[in-house]
Design a protein around this ligand. Structure first.
Ligand code: NAI
Length: 327
């Protein structure tokens, strides 16, 4: 699903890089864009549903969502449709990239609940100029994402999970989320469990990013904190993600459709390429995944062929050519 905005550019680059690893992937291309949603009047087009039902694995570019009106977010609709409940976003420093946090090795993984919270889309104008937006928090979804994070920690030898909340104010909603995290933590005594209020967590992430390991958050805080974390390692052009369900998985970058640079051929395809690395690992293609990740790292370590967001002058295609040469 190449998406729209810079989506088709970074998707073409990523497909080229994945194919260059030699892995035998048969790509099924389906259109998922603001334009097709408006035309078909379906929040997730039938062609996308049919394709994902068949393949169960997707690589997705960003899709534009109209602000303050218009159609429902296709991203939210897709995550709900396939019950892609865990949004997993590894944020790591890459050698060679100049950031304000140069001397700090950032290596955190964000686990964002992906199906409810304020993204339930339940809003209501009670009377003129008075609106309520429903924040939905359930035991099922909160425990499910908590388990997912702790299982990941156990499987990958990670040491600490920090649950992030605002349960001092939203005592019932965030309180329930927190209770589910605590109960789950008790099942994993070998993993250190901490809690932080979201405003303090934001400050700590900027001051001491190296102290974070795995972060566990409800949907909205997870969304915001992901972009903050991306800023620590060099920006949205870099950070990958995965939307994981019981039976389906869709891999996509954290960034959006970047209308300010769309069509110029200068977008950084690294975030989607690293999402493809996650996809290859999920598919059991460990060798191809490692080779692609190493090639990306090598291009950054050399620092000669990087895109404008990282301070270079390379186009999307030139960066991709460099990655393929490094392969
Ligand atoms: P954005 O992530 O598209 O862009 C924010 C800033 O980061 C812009 O200055 C952009 O140029 C830059 N940027 C993002 N990705 C980049 C890349 N790969 N290379 C170089 N620079 C990059 O966020 P924004 O502008 O808030 O949202 C634009 C649209 O994207 C909105 O319609 C939003 O709803 C949608 N969106 C879609 C997502 C998805 O499909 N998963 C996720 C986030 C936003």
């Amino acid at each position: 699903m190449p998406g729209d905005g810079i989506g088709p550019e970074v998707a073409a680059a990523t497909v080229r890089a994945v194919d260059a690893t030699g892995v035998a992937i048969e790509w099924d291309r389906v259109e998922l864009s603001g334009e097709v949603i408006e035309r078909t009047r379906q929040s997730v087009p039938d062609s996308v549903i049919e394709s994902l039902n068949r393949t169960r694995v997707g690589l997705k570019g960003p899709v534009t969502t109209p602000v303050a009106g218009g159609f429902q977010s296709v991203n939210v609709a897709l995550r709900k449709k396939f019950d892609l409940f865990a949004n997993v976003r590894p944020v790591r420093s890459l050698a060679g990239i100049k950031t304000r946090f140069q001397d700090v090795a950032v290596d955190m993984v964000i686990f964002r609940e992906n199906t409810e919270d304020l993204y339930s889309g339940l809003e209501h104008e009670v009377v003129t100029d008075v609106v309520t937006s429903l924040k939905v928090i359930t035991r099922t979804a909160s425990t499910r994402i908590a388990k997912y994070a702790f299982e990941y920690a156990r499987r990958n030898g990670r040491k600490k999970v920090t649950a992030i909340h605002k349960a001092n104010i939203m005592k019932l909603g965030d309180g329930l989320f927190l209770r589910c995290c605590r109960e789950t933590a008790e099942l994993y005594p070998e993993i250190l469990y901490k809690e932080l209020i979201v405003d303090n967590a934001s400050m700590q992430m900027v001051m001491r990013p190296e102290t974070f390991d795995l972060l566990l958050l409800p949907n909205l805080y997870g969304d915001i904190v992901s972009d903050l974390a991306a800023g620590l390692v060099g920006g949205l052009g870099l950070v990958p993600g995965a939307n994981m369900g019981e039976s389906h998985a869709v891999f996509e970058a954290v960034h959006g459709s970047a209308p300010d640079i769309a069509g110029k051929g200068i977008a950084n395809p690294t975030a989607l390429m690293q999402s493809a690395v996650m996809m290859l690992l999920y598919l059991g293609e460990r060798d191809a995944a490692n080779r692609l990740q190493n090639a990306i790292s090598k291009v950054y370590a050399e620092g000669k062929t990087v895109t404008a967001d990282i301070g270079g002058t390379a186009t999307t295609d030139q960066f991709t050519d460099a990655v393929i040469a490094a392969l």
